[in-house]
Design a protein around this ligand. Sequence first.
Ligand code: SF4
Length: 158
Amino acid sequence: MFKKFIRKSRIKSPWLLHYDCSSCNGCDIEVLACLTPVYDIERFGIINVGNPFHADILLVTGTVNLRNRKVLVNLFDQMPNPKVVVAIGSCALSGGIFRETYNVLGGVDKVIPVDVYVPGCPAKPEAIIDGVVMGLDKFMDEKAEEKSHAGRGDSRQS
Ligand code: SF4
């Protein structure tokens, strides 16, 4: 019963954590635009938080490189299960225009599991909001919750 209550709360009011791996800031500005009065995601109960222990959904922009990989994995591990990861923009999906750079590992899914991919350079605010809503499906799936409690995913192996 308590689990059901938590699950419903997460669906009704998911809390987001945004981490910029190493973007050009184009996608970050679009994430911030979602918080402004124009898009106003708070009216849907979606709140931006700064603490991974409080977050349900991790929004990641930019490319993963040798320096930020560990930070990304730590943030992911600190979030409670079940958690959703949304990769935003071409850089987060594949490395984008920085793909061939000497220290770039590629997209976010090279180090942590990604649930939703939002393409674009930059990704549009409407698409980012859609991505967050798509991610909520994971909280509706009770079996996914049990699975995520059983294991921590593959982040530790990276
Ligand atoms: S996808 Fe485009 S806009 Fe977004 S961080 Fe990469 S280069 Fe910048």
